[in-house]
Design a protein around this ligand. Structure first.
Ligand SMILES: [Ca+2]
Ligand SMILES: [Ca+2]
Ligand SMILES: [Ca+2]
Ligand SMILES: [Ca+2]
Length: 324
């Protein structure tokens, strides 16, 4: 899940806790691309601020999604190349478990559990039209819904705890939550945080309701409701340059943080062997051909070649034309 911004000033409506026969640990991550670059991932299963899972997956320029692709309760990664999605069901790196083609290579796509079966699947967004798919396979969308405006920022989450993900649109610091996959007005409208906030969606406390965390530099302000006021948790994690991801990495029902980071810069290439620091010598600088030859031979023996360019014709004899 990934989303952008907010905290602080909220006012807000408390989200209605919905129905209740929810299945167990359902904190599936979902949403759009996490952004950023890099193929190094550092995940934290708790709120310790320290990564306990580290792995490499895909390429540094891959587009990346988080989701639960096999319904086992654990979120993992998918990397996207064009309209190909390389799904991994583990957080260990290595080969993809499955590669699927879906939609067009320029589609804007988000992931979510639209039918509550525990598996995250795509929705393709074209403007304010959303094409929902309930399986990880090609073919026609299962539902097509118009919602909000083409310019809206969209978030995905289970806002009412019924086990089904739906959309919310964000305009500045106002969030319009919808609890069904249908058009029409929002079910809840909430003012939250600042319009400049970077926000992420997750079920941080495992109560089945998704809420927001705000990131400022490498500090996260995590809230378990939309009431505004102080954050329930403040945590520093990773570096200010990292890209954030959130998901339930260990299947305990709560979402936690991870970061994406480029590989370390390669160590500098070894510098070439030093050139002689003495001034350049020419044939007239030597008293004899033998002396020139000795200097020539010396630098050749160092493996540095004819550094003084005393052997213009490359026959191994130094300054023969000068000394005659
Ligand atoms: Ca999974
Ligand atoms: Ca599903
Ligand atoms: Ca829901
Ligand atoms: Ca929650």
């Amino acid at each position: 899940m990934r989303f952008r911004r907010s905290i602080g000033v909220g006012l807000a409506t408390v989200i209605v806790v919905g129905g209740s026969t929810l299945w167990g640990a359902s904190a599936t991550a979902k949403g759009g691309e996490i952004g950023g670059s890099g193929n190094q991932y550092f995940l934290n299963d708790a709120w310790s601020g320290e990564a306990n899972v580290r792995f490499t997956y895909g390429r540094t320029d891959d587009r990346v999604y988080v989701g639960n692709w096999n319904g086992d309760g654990r979120d993992t990664l998918a990397v996207r190349r064009g309209n190909q999605y390389h799904l991994s069901n583990s957080t260990t790196g290595g080969q993809a478990d499955r590669v699927i083609a879906y939609g067009r290579s320029n589609d804007a796509l988000l992931m979510g559990d639209w039918d509550g079966d525990g598996v995250d699947t795509p929705v393709v967004r074209r403007g304010n039209i959303y094409h929902f798919k309930n399986s990880l396979s090609g073919g026609a969308a299962d539902a097509v819904v118009a919602y909000g405006r083409p310019s809206d920022v969209v978030l995905v989450g289970d806002w009412d705890g019924d086990g089904v993900d739906t959309l919310a649109v964000r305009r500045g610091s106002t969030y319009y939550f919808k609890n069904s996959l249908s058009g029409g007005g929002a079910d809840q409208t909430v003012g939250y945080g600042r319009s400049s906030d970077a926000v992420f969606v997750g079920d941080w406390d495992g109560d089945r309701l998704d809420t927001l965390a705000v990131r400022r530099a490498s500090t996260y302000y995590v809230a378990n409701d939309f009431s505004g006021g102080d954050a329930d948790r403040v945590l520093t994690y990773g570096r200010a340059t990292d890209t954030t991801l959130a998901g339930d990495w260990n299947g305990d029902g709560a979402d936690t943080l991870g970061v994406r980071r480029p590989p370390p810069a390669p160590s500098p290439t070894p510098s070439p062997a030093p050139r002689p620091s003495s001034p350049d010598l020419d044939c007239p600088d030597f008293r004899s051909k033998a002396e020139a030859q000795a200097t020539f031979d010396y630098w050749m023996a160092q493996g540095l070649g004819d550094v003084h360019r005393l052997d213009a014709d490359n026959d191994g004899e130094a300054c023969e034309s000068y000394f005659g």
